[in-house]
Ligand binder design. Structure first.
Ligand code: SF4
Ligand code: SF4
Length: 388
């Protein structure tokens, strides 16, 4: 069985998606893990009230075609769910379903999750998240599929299979988790704890039209024509990072997975079915931070061991990190960014958000959930000049 499978999927035409799913799933074991009578959960990415064309959410045609395949495999029921950012209530999530075109999936035989209970998990195996609250609908599933969207992400550099599982945390609690784990490395370790706790049997990435630029909600749709699948969300992400020009070290969730021996050191060590090089997206616009500790240490102090290298690299990395900046021309002064900010770093003055840089933990919740895309993740000029 291959570690990862990558296939062409040039459009969201139903038959094109069905064939691409069949082709992508076969090398990673197909749907053989689904036994007759099972209830299969699909954890989609339904981050916010976004239409499918915005490319922020898993496309409904892919979810519909997967539902049909699962039913053909003998699944008794297929339930699609997620906890978007914001309220975790029936009224709120129903609006997200409507915007994201999820009612199409009902025609294919899927149910949309309507269980908004919350459960507590004890996770002694976790590195960071040993106890956490999660969305109760997951308990009703015999097996779980992680169906993510491939996107840029300001804090995590990339949002794909591993990050998608943060949606197992109820939306109202997400800002608390950001505040609890302000450091990107710890936040990533917490996400890997969630991945390992829920252990999706299959992970699939919708890269037919991904998102680059101001992701994961207000970036630009990026046609990539690719569908990828794996038994491991981390191996899938390692291949997805390669597709969009990132290394393992650039993506905190990949570093956290590598620390635990869940992925090899580089995508080159993966057994990939499909010609990954034919799907590379060299002009993918990044907003996240790349890992500059080694790069700047080497650049300023030369290659080789040097006791100051790590410290210097970290100082440079901090100076080069992206930061949230409001765009006065598109901001409507709604104040949602100030409400969601877990660090209480935003104050509204004259209907414009002002960010206290000393308090900001660079979680980018304000950027992710600004309804107008007016909060931008901006990379410092020097970072852009260095094209890092
Ligand atoms: S959420 Fe966006 S539009 Fe609303 S105040 Fe903040 S930056 Fe402006
Ligand atoms: S200002 Fe934005 S990035 Fe900074 S802590 Fe608040 S929500 Fe996070």
């Amino acid at each position: 069985m291959a570690d990862v499978s990558i296939v062409s999927c040039p459009s969201y035409e139903p038959e094109v998606c069905r064939q691409a799913l069949l082709q992508a799933l076969a090398p990673v074991g197909g749907l053989g893990f689904v036994r007759p009578g099972m209830r299969v959960g699909i954890k989609a990415n339904l981050v916010s009230f976004m239409k499918p064309e915005a490319a922020a959410t898993t496309h409904p045609v892919l979810l519909s075609e997967l539902t049909k395949l699962l039913k053909e495999q003998g699944a008794a029921s297929v339930v699609i769910g997620d906890s978007p950012g914001g309220l975790y209530t029936a009224a709120y999530v129903k609006n997200v379903y409507r915007a994201a075109g999820m009612h199409e999936t009902e025609k294919a035989g899927a149910e949309l999750n309507m269980d908004f209970s919350q459960k507590e998990a004890d996770n002694p195996e976790g590195k960071i998240a040993r106890r956490f609250t999660y969305t109760g609908w997951l308990d009703g599933c015999d097996v779980l599929i992680d169906f993510c969207k491939l996107k840029s992400h300001a804090m995590m550099s990339m949002s794909a299979a591993a990050k998608n599982m943060f949606g197992t945390i109820p939306g109202t609690l997400k800002p608390e988790y950001h505040y609890k784990y302000p450091n990107a490395a710890d936040f990533a370790r917490m996400i890997v704890d969630l991945d390992e706790y829920f252990k999706p049997a299959l992970s699939i990435a919708d890269g037919v039209v991904g998102m680059d630029g101001n992701g994961p909600t207000m970036g630009d749709p990026k046609p990539m024509g690719v569908l990828a699948a794996s038994r491991s969300p981390h191996m899938l992400d390692l291949a997805c990072a390669r597709l969009i020009g990132l290394k393992r070290q650039d993506v905190p969730t990949l570093e956290a997975a590598y620390e635990r021996g869940l992925i090899p050191e580089s995508w080159e060590r993966l057994d990939i079915s499909g010609d990954i090089d034919s799907f590379l997206v060299p002009d993918f616009a990044h907003i996240g931070q790349k890992n500059d500790v080694v790069f700047f240490g080497d650049m300023l102090l030369g290659r080789g061991k040097n006791p100051f290298k790590k410290a210097l690299g970290k100082v440079m990395q901090k100076a080069l990190r992206s930061r949230p900046v409001p765009d006065g021309s598109s901001c409507v002064g709604c104040g949602q960014c100030a409400q969601i900010c877990p660090a209480k770093a935003i104050e509204m003055r004259d209907k414009l958000p002002h960010i206290d840089r000393g308090k900001c933990i660079q979680c980018f919740c304000c950027q992710e959930f600004c309804p107008k895309g007016a909060m931008k993740a901006v990379r410092p000029v020097i970072a852009r000049m260095l094209n890092r």
